[in-house]
Design a protein around this ligand. Structure first.
Ligand SMILES: Cc1cc2nc3c(=O)[nH]c(=O)nc-3n(C[C@H](O)[C@H](O)[C@H](O)COP(=O)(O)OP(=O)(O)OC[C@H]3O[C@@H](n4cnc5c(N)ncnc54)[C@H](O)[C@@H]3O)c2cc1C
Length: 397
């Protein structure tokens, strides 16, 4: 159901999708005095409940504070200064990224960011949920027309700009005519099974555990709720393993089978295929692609949400330049600027994915290469600092 009676027939900016990118863009535009209409396919409850990413870079936290939605994050978010590696020989090593590069990260669930953005939305703002059949009907050099079904009625919204914030499977990217956009795609030969568990984390810092059995990540959402991932074969179903099997496998990979992984009910499961995708350019006429609509990364380096936030901030600044000062350079440069960051995110995410995932197909040679890479990361301050900068900070630049 929608949250207001009828959508305006005209708006400066029509935003498709109320994920983090769409909600943040609407919020930043509002702070600049620019009206927008947000059209979301799912219900408000569904959007606020969706458990996904949870690691926020320093630049992302700064953007959320600037947007006036950082108060709860500052109270409840967990600031981290380092993480731990667990290597195939069972050895443990700390990566003190804050000491190395002066930046920290925060653990704060994506759904909490979304809830904060929803709470900041004022009643007079046009935010519609349960909108069906959203379609970009016209994309002209000087404006656009979006059609949708709102409360059962066909509705047309004329706008200056469309922000496609509707994720990887949305309608915005396919609205660009064939030949105007190139998609670059890489499928990694592994998937992640993620669980949310009502159990304290094994360690107060994240653990990235690489073993001959596969990869595991211990993360957390709070001192009493853990977020845990196992690498699994790409075809494996989300219900393939019992809760007990998942716990046992996590314990083997994270503790070497010591039985010390805290246990608690598994609250939710998700299967995440590890894919990389970039659409170039991120603009066609008056349509701008933002976040997952333009690019997705494997979750190995936790860049997806951070890139989406950075895109939304960049587009908000560009639209402010247009409406407040009549300047179009930032809008014209949006795609090139956002793509530079997106490719940096892709490179680091692909490198991290290769580093973390021994695959059944790989040779002894590949394993030795991974060992050499870890040795350099653990023994060279220059190498570790470069890693720390990428881990903590694409959104800062
Ligand atoms: C299952 C899953 C698990 C993930 N786990 C992690 C993780 O563990 N770590 C990590 O770093 N990253 C993770 N990510 C990536 C991260 O969550 C995304 O990068 C982030 O959500 C991007 O935000 P967004 O606003 O661009 O897109 P989304 O969050 O996908 O939001 C898009 C919005 O558009 C709406 N929409 C779609 N189609 C339409 C339409 N036709 N009309 C109207 N609305 C539409 C959707 O309902 C949604 O609300 C995960 C992603 C997924 C899909």
């Amino acid at each position: 159901m929608s949250t207001a009676a009828a959508a305006p027939r005209r708006t400066p900016v029509c935003i498709i999708g109320a994920g983090p990118a769409g909600l943040l863009l609407a919020r930043l535009l509002r702070l600049s005095g620019i009206e927008s209409v947000v059209l979301e396919r799912r219900s408000r409850e569904h959007v606020a409940r969706r458990v996904r990413a949870g690691l926020l870079e320093q630049g992302t936290v700064q953007t959320l504070r600037t947007a006036g939605v950082g108060a709860r994050l500052d109270r409840e978010g967990l600031e981290h200064h380092g993480f731990r590696w667990r290597l195939p020989d069972g050895s443990a090593h700390r990566m003190p990224f804050a000491e190395l590069c002066g930046a920290s990260v925060w653990m704060y669930g994506q759904q909490e960011v979304v809830k904060d953005l929803l709470a900041a939305h004022t009643a007079e703002q046009s935010l519609y949920f349960g909108v069906e059949d959203v379609r970009i009907a016209e994309l002209r050099p000087d404006g656009a027309l979006v059609r949708c079904t709102l409360d059962g009625r066909l509705t047309e919204i004329a706008c200056d700009f469309v922000a496609g914030c509707d994720g990887f499977h949305g309608v915005s990217r396919p609205a660009v005519p064939a030949g105007e956009l190139t998609g670059h795609r890489l499928d990694h030969p592994v998937a992640w099974l993620g669980v949310l568990a009502a159990a304290p984390p094994l360690s107060p810092e994240l653990i990235y555990a690489v073993s001959d059995r596969g990869f595991a990540l211990q993360s957390m959402r709070s001192p009493t709720v853990s977020r845990l991932y196992l690498s699994v074969p790409p075809g494996e179903g989300v219900d393939h393993r019992t809760d007990a099997e998942i716990r046992q496998e996590l314990d083997r990979r994270l503790t070497g089978g010591a039985g010390t992984l805290p246990t608690g009910p598994i609250l939710e499961r998700v299967l995440v295929p590890l894919r990389s995708f970039v659409a170039e350019p991120m603009q066609y006429r008056r349509l701008f692609l933002v976040g997952d609509a333009a690019h997705i990364v494997p979750p190995s380096a936790a860049k997806g949400l951070n890139l989406a936030v950075a895109d939304a901030r960049l587009l908000a600044e560009a639209l402010d330049g247009w409406y407040a000062h009549g300047r179009r350079e930032l809008l014209d440069g949006y795609s090139a600027t956002a793509l530079r960051r997106a490719w940096q995110g892709q490179e680091f995410s692909a490198a991290m994915t290769a580093l973390l995932h021994p695959t059944p197909q790989e040779s002894a040679f590949d394993r030795r290469l991974r060992g050499a890479r870890f040795e350099r990361l653990l023994s060279s301050t220059a190498e570790a600092t470069a890693f720390a900068e990428q881990y903590t900070g694409l959104a800062r630049r």
